[in-house]
Design a binder for this molecule. Sequence first.
Ligand SMILES: [Zn+2]
Length: 160
Amino acid sequence: MAAEEKVCLRWNRRAEHFRLAADARGHRALLIPRGVTEAEAGDFLRGWREGGAYSPCGAALFSFAEREGAALFTGGGKWGACRLSTGEIRLNEALSSFPLDCAAMILAHERCHLREGAHSPAFFALLRGAMPDWAYWEGVLRGGWQERKRGADGLPGLSH
Ligand SMILES: [Zn+2]
C-alpha cells in the first residue's frame, strides 16, 4: 500500500473481529471490536501489514484488499459477496490460506456479479474475459477446502 494512505480506526459495537472496510468515498477503516484499546488496534494493524503478528499470506490478502478497494469479512458461508446498491465487494479472510490468485478470482467473480446477477452463460463469459484461468483457481480453492475438510480444520463450506 502507499505509505501516505491512511486507515481510520473505528470502534464498532457489532464487530466481532477486526475487519477492513471502505466507506462510500473509498476511505479505509479498520473496524475494531469493543474493548480493544487504540494501542492494541495499532499493533494489530502494523502486524497485519508487516506480516509480523499475522501470517505473510494474511498480510498479502490485507494489502490486496486495500489495493482493490475491497473489504474483508470473517466467517459466514461465502468466499465473497457484493452489494449491487453500493458496488461494495467483500472477501472472506479465509482466502488468506490460499494463493492470492484465489482471492483475485473471487474478486473478479464478484465484480462480474455487479453486472450479471445469476451464474448465466453471460456471467461466465464476463468472468473468462476478466480472468481467463479463473476455473483453475476455483479448483485450487475447492481442492484446498476438501483437504481441510478431511483434516477437520473447521473452515466453512463456502460458496460465492
Ligand atoms: Zn457467484
